[in-house]
Design a protein around this ligand. Structure first.
Ligand SMILES: CC[C@H](O)CC(=O)C(=O)O
Ligand SMILES: [Mn+2]
Length: 338
């Protein structure tokens, strides 16, 4: 592959954060320890640990964590001799207070995540992280849902606040390869900082989209071991490493160790296998936030509605992350109109 960047590719493993959605935020300290230790031994660059909705996400609305995420972050940091621990923060769900705490426990990087049109709310958190000496990256969620010029304008805002990379985040797993290409290319030609890419596999395009992003010069790339992420999961890390090695890109991550940890450590802790089924496929098709899946299934059961109808309506209403309450609202109104 001919890459449009000479910067090294850095992988962020997200199974302990995005995968938190898939296990309804029920990770235990022992699980986080075991996964982090094995990832560190395999040479993973960054390991993200937080509630699925980022720092401060443990609420009735988003789902309560079994264990306080600060305990999980602390446990993860203790296991690392080479990997760096990252956290995710959505301004308004998490605050600088949680960020400070995560940093004091040893988190080295924060991804400040906003809806693709709302980068301005990330200024304070990016500034604060940089003052703390953390790496601070911007994460523009639902990147499919804004025109490319808006995406570029919002990414520039994050860069102006001090973000060292900005991600095209395909939260709904709905982007097509050429749509990823156009987005990463536009950001590469307008920004000086690194570009990242985060995929969901709802339309079975996570790997293809990730390769296109890398080709266009994205250097911060996300994956989840065994696809442990929301919806149909993310780009499968061990498969990505194998594919990149086949393309002669060697990132210093041990493939055998990743394969072993996928089967022996991650598979046993999965509550359900993230797969392309009627729920995740509907999200990819309708452009709905991957983390809405379990909420929509629960609401469907409660109101006797097919979760696909709820997801399609959420897509029509262009629901954004943080609007989980709208899921119940949609289910209730579909029930009323039945
Ligand atoms: C709710 C936060 C979300 O899970 C972040 C993310 O991974 C995405 O938007 O895909
Ligand atoms: Mn995600």
């Amino acid at each position: 592959m001919k890459r449009n960047s000479t910067e090294p590719i850095q992988i962020t493993e997200v199974c302990l954060r995005d995968g938190s959605h898939a296990v309804a935020h029920q990770f235990t300290v022992e699980q986080v320890r075991a996964v982090t230790r094995a990832l560190d031994e395999a040479g993973m660059h960054y390991i993200e640990v937080s509630h699925g909705d980022g720092l401060g996400g443990s609420t009735l609305q988003y789902g309560r964590s079994l264990v306080d995420e600060m305990k999980l972050i602390e446990a993860a940091v203790e296991q690392c001799s080479q990997s760096r621990i990252a956290v995710l923060l959505i301004p308004g769900i998490g605050t600088v207070h949680e960020l400070k705490q995560a940093h004091s426990l040893g988190a080295k990087l924060v991804r400040v995540a906003t809806h693709v049109t709302e980068a301005d709310v990330s200024a304070q958190h990016i500034h604060f992280a940089r003052e703390l000496g953390m790496e601070a990256l911007g994460f523009l969620m639902m990147a499919h849902s804004a025109p490319i010029d808006v995406l570029v304008e919002q990414a520039k805002l994050m860069e102006s606040y001090g973000a060292q990379a900005v991600y095209v985040t395909d939260s709904a797993g709905t982007l097509l390869p050429e749509e990823v290409r156009a987005r990463v290319r536009a950001l590469r030609s307008s920004l000086s900082c690194e570009i990242g890419f985060h995929a969901h596999n709802n339309l079975s395009l996570a790997m293809a989209n990730t390769l296109v992003a890398i080709e266009e010069g994205a250097t911060r790339i996300d994956g989840s071991v065994r696809c442990l992420g929301a919806g149909a999961g993310n780009t499968q890390t061990e498969a990505l490493i194998a594919v990149l090695q086949r393309m002669d890109m060697h990132l210093g991550i041990d493939l055998y160790k990743l394969m072993d940890l996928a089967e022996e450590v991650v598979a046993p802790i999965m509550h359900r296998v993230p797969e392309i089924n009627k729920g995740s496929l509907s999200m990819g098709y309708a452009g709905v936030y991957s983390s809405f899946l379990l909420h929509a299934e629960r609401a469907g059961k409660r109101f006797g509605i097919d979760p696909r109808d709820i997801l399609m309506e959420l897509g029509r209403r262009k629901a954004v992350g943080g609007q989980e309450d709208m899921i119940l609202d949609v289910a209730a109104s579909l029930h009323k109109n039945q």
